[in-house]
Design a protein around this ligand. Structure first.
Ligand SMILES: *Cc1c(COP(=O)(O)O)cnc(C)c1O
Length: 368
C-alpha cells in the first residue's frame, strides 16, 4: 500500500527493553531483573500517590475532567504562572509532537544536537521537515549558532540536560544564545531531567516563568516520568505563552489524560519531599559509578541526570556488553544506534548498583 511518502524516512522508536522480555527469553525470575534502561525512578512512586490511585480506581466509568483544571492549577502554583500557560500531555512526548506539528511542514528546518533524544528527529521527519544536526555529539552552542546563521530554523531543540549523554548547558549560555534567535523560531527547552540538574548545580537551573518572559517564542517541557516516578502513568506538561498553548490545543485529542493519571500527578506534586530525597540518593549512588568506571579505565560523561553514559573506547563493544548483561537480567541501554560505543545506565538503588558492578565485572572478564 502507498502511504504518506514522508514516512519512508521515519524510523520507529526503540524503547528500553521491558522486564517481561528478559523473563520470557532468559527465564529469569522477575524479582531478579534489574531494569536500568529507561531512566525511571528506581525508588518507585511516592506511597501517597499509590494510595491516591487506589482510591480513585474505584470510579472508572466516567470520562476524566478534560479541562484538567486541578492539575493545571497545581502546576501553575508550582511555577508561579496561570493555567493559561500550561498544557498537559500523555507524557511530555505528546507535547514534543505538538511542537513539531504546530510549526513544521515539508522542508521546514529543525535544529538539534547530534546525539540527543531520538523523538525530536522522529516527530520532525513525520512532517517532512529537514533535520539539521551539530557536528559535536554534545550540545555546542557555537555550532548551533553557526548552523542557525547558515540555515535558519523553524524549531530548535535544546535538551537540558541531554539524554542520552547526560551533559547540561549553563542557563546563562543558553540565554545568550536565545537572544540571537528570531521570534518566529520555536525554541523547545526539554527539561525532562531539570530537577536533577538544578539539584546538582544551580547554574543549570532553567526557571520556566523567567524563560518564557524573556523569550515568548520558547516552550519549557517537563515530565512526571523521571524524578516523579510516574513513567507508567504517561504524563508531562508544556509551559509557554498563551498563544503557543492555544495553538497546541488545536492538535490535542480529547481526554488525552486518564482520570488515574491526573489524580496521580496532582498527588505527586504534593510530595516534593519524596522527589528531593530520590534525587539526593541518585547523586550519592552516581559517585559509586564514577569510581567504578574510573577504576576500570573507561570514560564517563559527567552527568546532570539520573543516568551515566560509559564509553568503552576500543576496549569493548558496547552492544555485546549490553547483550551479555541482559542475559544476566541486567537491562541497560546500548547506544550503538546513537553512533556511540557506549552504554547508558540509569542510576539504581544501592543494592541494584552493587549487583550491576558484580555482573559487569563478570561480563568484562569473559569478554577480555
Ligand atoms: C523521558 C524523556 C522525555 C519524555 O518522557 P515522557 O515519558 O513522554 O514524559 C522527553 N525528553 C527526554 C529527553 C526524555 O528523556
Amino acid at each position: 500500500m502507498q502511504f504518506n511518502q514522508v514516512l519512508e524516512n521515519v524510523t520507529t522508536y526503540e524503547a528500553g527493553k521491558p522486564i517481561e522480555l528478559v523473563v520470557r527469553e532468559y527465564g529469569i525470575d522477575p524479582k531478579d531483573v534489574i531494569k536500568l534502561a529507561s531512566n525511571e525512578n528506581p525508588y518507585g512512586t511516592s506511597p501517597k500517590v499509590i494510595a491516591k490511585i487506589q482510591e480513585i480506581v474505584q470510579n472508572m466509568s466516567v470520562y476524566p475532567d478534560d479541562s484538567m483544571y486541578e492539575l493545571k492549577e497545581a502546576l501553575a502554583n508550582k511555577f508561579d504562572l496561570t493555567n493559561k500557560h500550561i498544557i498537559i500531555g500523555s507524557g511530555s512526548d505528546q507535547i514534543l509532537e505538538y511542537c513539531v506539528h504546530a510549526k513544521c511542514e515539508k522542508d521546514s528546518k529543525i535544529l538539534m544536537a547530534k546525539t540527543t533524544f531520538a523523538m525530536y528527529e522522529i516527530y520532525g521527519k513525520q512532517t517532512g521537515a529537514k533535520i539539521i544536526k551539530t557536528e559535536d555529539d554534545q550540545h555546542n552552542l557555537e555550532q548551533f549558532s553557526k548552523l542557525y546563521k547558515e540555515h535558519g530554523a523553524d524549531v530548535i531543540f535544546l535538551c537540558l540536560p541531554n539524554n542520552p549523554l547526560g551533559e547540561c548547558l549553563d542557563k546563562d549560555a543558553v540565554y545568550a544564545f536565545l537572544e540571537t534567535i528570531d521570534k518566529e523560531t520555536l525554541i523547545v527547552v526539554d527539561g525532562a531531567y531539570q530537577e536533577f540538574a538544578a539539584f546538582k548545580d544551580e547554574k543549570k537551573r532553567i526557571v520556566p516563568k523567567d524563560l518564557i518572559a524573556n523569550f515568548p517564542n520558547a516552550i519549557y517541557l517537563g515530565t512526571f516520568s523521571k524524578a516523579y516516578g510516574l513513567g507508567g502513568m504517561r504524563v508531562g506538561y508544556g509551559i509557554a505563552q498563551p498563544d503557543i498553548i492555544n495553538t497546541f490545543y488545536k492538535l490535542r485529542a480529547p481526554f488525552n489524560i486518564t482520570t488515574l493519571t491526573l489524580a496521580a500527578a496532582i498527588e505527586a506534586l504534593k510530595d516534593e519531599e519524596f522527589v528531593t530525597s530520590c534525587i539526593a540518593k541518585n547523586f550519592e549512588e552516581m559517585k559509586r559509578y564514577e569510581e567504578y568506571v574510573t577504576k576500570k579505565g573507561f570514560e564517563f560523561i559527567p552527568s546532570y541526570t539520573n543516568f551515566i553514559t560509559i564509553k568503552f573506547g576500543d576496549k569493548f563493544v558496547s552492544k555485546i556488553v549490553a547483550q551479555k548483561l541482559l542475559e544476566k537480567g541486567v537491562i541497560v541501554r546500548d547506544l550503538t544506534s546513537y553512533g556511540q560505543n557506549a552504554i547508558r545506565i540509569t542510576i539504581g538503588r544501592a543494592e541494584q548498583n552493587t549487583k550491576v558492578f558484580e555482573q559487569l565485572d563478570e561480563v568484562l572478564e569473559k569478554l577480555k
